[in-house]
Write a protein that binds this ligand. Structure first.
Ligand code: BEZ
Length: 209
């Protein structure tokens, strides 16, 4: 086995990092990447992460030639072009745009959940804004309802970039918003998640409790 040629700037709790890790597992590329863990918050930049990545986005992937790719969408697309198996992102046709749009909705759920986490955990208590948190949670509820009502067949048909995104978003809700109660409202999504969370790629990337 050759030494990893790329470095993934990584934080084990980030759902966006997990998406990249699941793609690495699913496409058999884990051994190409060394993990470099950073402890990042919005008010605590990490100098090393900012090199070639001025906004300090996480995840970031430093390639063998020193170029840095960010964010998770770009990295996932790059990695998907680096293997010979079935692509996780459809190459062309309506399927490409439709599945990328579902993946975008999954990312929006992650975004809203991470922003909720920052507001309820990081921001000083006297500066917290309940209406803002409620608005973020509204995005999550509407996104999950949309998957439940309209997209279960697509999610169940293939574990591609859209399904990986939804699985990582649900994993993050369970980690950081365990009382959110999404399963009661979304029983089909809950049954699907129970299944996909047993995949080797999901088990191996489960965030620390
Ligand atoms: C978290 O601890 O919830 C977290 C860490 C990094 C990025 C996003 C979320």
């Amino acid at each position: 086995m050759s030494a990893p040629s790329m470095t993934l700037f990584h934080s084990p709790a980030s759902p966006f990092v997990r998406k990249v890790m699941v793609v690495l597992h699913e496409t058999g590329q884990l051994d190409r990447v060394a993990l470099h863990t950073v402890n990042l918050t919005p008010i605590n930049p990490v100098d090393e992460l900012n090199q070639g990545n001025p906004a300090g986005k996480l995840p970031a992937l430093r390639l063998a030639d020193g170029n840095v790719l960010h964010d998770s969408r770009v990295i996932c697309e790059y990695l998907d072009q680096q293997h010979v198996g079935v692509p996780l992102i459809a190459k062309e046709g309506w399927s490409r745009w439709h599945r990328l749009t579902l993946a975008s909705l999954a990312d929006a759920i992650m975004d809203a959940a991470v922003l909720t986490r920052y507001e309820t955990f990081l921001r000083p208590e006297d500066k917290r804004w309940d209406a803002w948190v409620e608005a973020q949670q509204g995005k999550i509820r509407r996104g999950l309802a949309n998957f439940e009502q309209e997209h279960m067949a697509e999610l169940s048909s293939v574990f591609d970039i859209a399904a990986i995104g939804v699985a990582c978003a649900l994993g993050y809700l369970d980690l950081r918003m365990p009382d959110f109660g999404w399963r009661e409202q979304q029983p089909k999504l809950a049954a699907w998640y129970a299944q996909v969370s047993q995949r080797a790629s999901m088990l191996a990337t489960a965030p620390p409790a």
